[in-house]
Ligand binder design. Structure first.
Ligand SMILES: [Fe+2]
Length: 231
């Protein structure tokens, strides 16, 4: 199983406070059956250059690697890139993609997206160099007009939901509905620490298996695995 969205790198952002907490988070993910975790620290173009971010991420990753043992999930490096108007012209955007996959996890504004914003997403997507994945899309749904999500899906944009969306008493049905109509491609724990935002993704995968069946669940798990392996 893949955890597509996490803040497990030590002292990189508002996630893990240090190597020890990262180790606990990775151990928790391993216990839940996660084999690969994508590290997606926040990237804000206003605050930092791409090269500074990558250097910082490398340092954090090296510190973690030096301290953790075997039996933990593999870590693939990525970023959770905050959208801003003009991002489609940003130099170095490709360097923020996850490993060699060409997948870019994008954090969107919490408001109705403008025509301009939608155009930019399509422009990036149509460039052929980057496959956009919108992070925790459940947060934005209520702001958008009814056809927006289908429009994005039709244009090759992929969607990620957080595990909490599937586990929530009131949101579970909506999450399962999106999954059933193939509108969700990846799940992430979006874990930040071991206290108020801990890794908790095993339950979400279990809900998919119980509610949508073994075949669906296996196909969903394989989709993420295959995507990461073949790229
Ligand atoms: Fe996040």
């Amino acid at each position: 199983m893949v955890d597509f969205h996490s803040h497990i790198l030590p002292q990189m952002d508002d996630g893990s406070s240090g190597v020890e907490e990262s180790f606990e988070m990775l151990s928790a993910l391993a216990r839940q059956g996660v084999e690969t975790v994508i590290a997606t620290p926040h990237f804000y173009a206003n605050d930092e250059s791409v090269s500074d971010f990558l250097a910082r991420r490398e340092k954090s990753f090296a510190a973690l690697n030096a301290s953790v043992g075997k039996g933990l999930p593999d870590i693939l490096l990525g970023a959770e890139v905050k959208y801003y108007e003009g991002i489609s012209r940003m130099a170095g955007l490709e360097a923020l993609c996850i490993g060699n996959t060409g997948l870019l996890l994008l954090e969107m504004p919490m408001k109705r997206w403008t025509e301009y914003t939608l155009r930019e997403l399509i422009d990036i997507s149509c460039s052929g160099k980057i496959i956009l994945v919108l992070a925790h899309v459940e947060r934005y749904l209520s702001f958008q007009s009814s056809g927006t999500i289908d429009y994005l899906l039709k244009n090759g944009i992929l969607l990620q939901i957080n595990a909490g969306f599937l586990c929530g008493t009131f949101s579970k049905r909506k999450a399962l509905g999106l999954l059933k109509r193939q509108a969700v491609h990846f799940i992430g724990s979006d874990c930040h620490n071991m206290s108020d935002r801990p890794p908790d993704i095993g339950r979400a995968y279990e809900i998919i298996r119980k509610k949508l069946g073994n075949d669906f669940s296996q196909a969903f798990i394989n989709f993420a695995k295959d995507f990461l392996n073949k790229n």
